[in-house]
Ligand binder design. Structure first.
Ligand code: T46
Length: 133
């Protein structure tokens, strides 16, 4: 898996509006154990600045936009999330930073594991050491 992996989600819209459905292990490569979302970002700063040892996630900007900086210790990329029908897969051992949230941003995240603070690597040098193992 490369650093930047987009997943095009199925848009099931009709004249009443759009509908996107996401099924565990079918539309994304892991079982979803947790869902969270980030909103009310107006005036907020950047977020993230960490990697995960095991956690995999799919992030979808269901409203507005934001930018995500991804770094696997070798490759670096900046992506813009601005579509409710497109998600970005974030693998384990990927450093992520989130910037430039629009006021109306709602970032929905589907996660492969329950919340576990021990899975976070919050120190960039420790992250590089972990990647090089
Ligand atoms: C990620 C980016 C995109 C919980 O109690 N449960 C949860 O599931 C989450 C995600 C967070 N929290 C608590 C931990 C902190 O006290 O909520 C607070 C804010 O979390 P954090 O500072 O980790 O938020 P972000 O936006 O920097 O990072 C989050 C995720 O933690 C992270 O996995 O990839 O969003």
């Amino acid at each position: 898996m490369g650093l930047v992996n987009w997943i095009e989600l199925n848009q099931l819209g009709d004249e009443r509006g759009e509908l996107v459905a996401i099924e565990s292990l079918r539309d994304l490569p892991f079982e979803v154990k947790r869902i969270y979302y980030i909103y009310n970002t107006e005036g907020g700063g950047s977020r993230g600045f960490h990697a995960h040892k095991a956690l995999e996630q799919l992030a979808i900007c269901v409203s507005g936009s934001c930018e995500m900086y991804l770094d696997d210790g070798v490759n670096k990329a900046k992506v813009r999330l601005d579509s409710p029908s497109k998600g970005i897969l974030i693998g384990n051992l990927v450093w992520r930073e989130l910037h430039n949230f629009s006021d109306d941003c709602v970032l929905l995240v589907l996660a492969s594991e329950y919340y576990d603070e021990n899975d976070y690597i919050r120190d960039y040098k420790e992250f590089l050491r972990e990647v090089q193992k």
